[in-house]
Design a binder for this molecule. Structure first.
Ligand SMILES: O=C(O)c1ccccc1NCC(=O)[C@H](O)[C@H](O)COP(=O)(O)O
Length: 228
């Protein structure tokens, strides 16, 4: 089950804190132009240490316009649970099951009605610029997208403790994703903001799970995996 993801983590202590506070997924940016970049080797070391004290979490590798071969190579040694793909110039990535791991595709919202949805297990709905910007998009556009797909929708883009509850009430997503809204600066999470965010997110999802129960959509992965 993946409902709350904390993204852009560079430090082991931030990953541990996020998991202790109730995140079920943590994201790592493998994009060299990001201030939150971790190299694959650094990520391998971090995940090895993280797995000593934590087991039930999804580690997500965040990539931008990746090459298919690159993903396949990293999958061989990184113990990730999913890819989060931004952009994607490699058209092969639009075909189903070209990599071993489940794929989340980041959509730059609003997603035009004329644009087909790329193949994915789930969609991360973000603002129009590339990730980690702290910018929100018009949440009303989520309802239109919901009409087009039954795949899990993860709300992202500029979420923070101050706007999270309203965002959840207005969009009723399957999951949320946050990075800069819980940071003290790019790559370093702020413990009190992280705590406030995760407490609100957990509260909303436990309350909303009553609605989800009848729809059989309580497990993001259970619902999305293999369903590309
Ligand atoms: O964080 C980055 O620097 C980044 C760079 C390139 C692609 C994705 C990146 N981050 C992804 C995320 O942090 C989140 O999935 C998402 O974009 C939300 O970010 P934020 O608006 O900062 O909460």
């Amino acid at each position: 089950m993946f409902q709350v993801k904390v993204c852009g983590i560079r430090r082991l202590e931030d990953a541990e804190l996020a998991l202790e506070l109730g995140a079920d997924a943590v994201g790592f940016v493998l994009y060299p132009r990001s201030p939150r970049y971790l190299s694959p080797i650094e990520l391998e070391r971090l995940l090895e240490k993280l797995s000593h004290n934590h087991s039930a979490f999804v580690a997500v590798g965040v990539v931008v316009n990746p090459k298919l071969e690159e993903l396949r190579q990293w999958e061989r040694f990184l113990p990730l649970g999913a890819w989060q793909i931004h952009g994607a110039s490699d058209t092969e990535l639009n075909a189903a099951a070209v990599v071993r791991l489940p794929v989340l595709r980041s959509l730059r919202m609003p997603w035009p009605e004329s644009n087909p949805l790329p193949a994915a297990c789930a969609y991360v709905l973000d603002s129009a610029e590339i990730g980690g910007t702290g910018k929100t998009f018009c949440w009303d556009t989520v309802a239109q997208l919901r009409q087009r797909t039954a795949k899990p929708l993860i709300l992202a883009g500029g979420l923070c403790p101050e706007n999270l509850w309203e965002a959840l009430e207005r969009t009723r997503p399957d999951g949320v994703d946050v990075s800069s809204g819980v940071e003290s600066f790019p790559g370093k999470k702020d413990a009190s903001r992280l705590k406030a965010f995760l407490s609100l997110a957990r509260e909303w999802f436990s309350y909303a799970s009553r609605d989800f129960a009848g729809k059989g959509s309580t497990g993001l992965w259970e619902r999305g995996k293999g369903d590309v």
